[in-house]
Design a binder for this molecule. Structure first.
Ligand SMILES: C[S@@+](CC[C@H](N)C(=O)[O-])C[C@H]1O[C@@H](n2cnc3c(N)ncnc32)[C@H](O)[C@@H]1O
Length: 213
């Protein structure tokens, strides 16, 4: 993950959650929230790249505790201002790649971060994520499926096969953002030999990958 991406999410912090108000995605978002609440029921959760806490808020209804982390102070400030029901929620500013792997969690959630990991860094990302989780622990990742007309078009593909979009913020700045859209087969192949009990749930706008270690 590069500095451009981190700056983009810093600059987007205040307008970030507008993405969750798209009318065509409401049914999927509700479906995903219900699913995540069932998966994380009574669990201690490490959340990576939590952003403004949209999913933290939803998972908190059923989880026991959440340590929610993100590299960007600007998004964490927004997340910290929200009220969380039921779970004990704590926010920590942290780079995914510099998390303390001495402490292991019984479960981990990463929403909309996989798509921003360059293909050539995915193995390191997966190893880093899994290192945070206890044996037999649960890992859940969620991200976008490319839907013409709902997602920004792909404007560029690099030599590794990474795809890029151009996104405009409300201040008028245009950012070229790495955004990959893996297929269910790609995810299954990538996790072969690493993940147990793997499932990829495909909704019209999102995929949700669930596995244990
Ligand atoms: C697409 S947003 C997802 C936010 C949130 N999970 C959600 O689904 O609403 C991606 C987030 O990843 C964070 N991020 C990017 N690189 C990171 C890194 N190396 N370590 C931790 N967080 C990172 C950004 O700050 C941003 O908040």
């Amino acid at each position: 993950m590069n500095d451009n991406l981190i700056k983009y999410y810093h600059d987007r912090a205040a307008e970030y959650e507008k993405i969750y108000s798209r009318p065509e995605r409401q049914e999927d978002l509700q479906h995903a929230a219900t699913l995540l609440q069932a998966l994380f029921k009574d669990k201690d959760v490490l959340e990576i790249a939590c952003g403004t806490g949209y999913w933290t808020e939803r998972i908190a209804y059923t989880a026991r505790s959440i340590i929610a982390t993100d590299i960007n102070k600007a998004v964490l400030e927004i997340a910290r201002r929200k009220a969380y029901t039921n779970a004990a929620v704590n926010f920590v500013q942290a780079d995914i790649y510099k998390l303390d792997s001495g402490k292991k969690y019984e479960s981990l959630f990463g929403g909309f971060i996989w798509s921003h990991v360059p293909l050539q860094e995915l193995d390191r990302f997966i190893a880093t994520v899994n290192a945070q989780v206890k044996d037999a622990g649960l890992v859940v990742m969620m991200d976008n499926i490319y839907v013409e007309g709902s997602n920004h078009p792909i404007v560029y593909t690099d030599e590794h096969g990474n795809t890029f979009q151009e996104r405009k913020l409300e201040d008028g700045t245009i950012h070229r953002v790495l955004k990959n859209f893996p297929s269910a087969d790609f995810l299954k192949e990538k996790m072969q030999g690493i993940a147990k009990d793997m499932q990829v749930i495909i909704l019209p706008y999102y995929w949700i990958m669930v596995y244990t270690l």
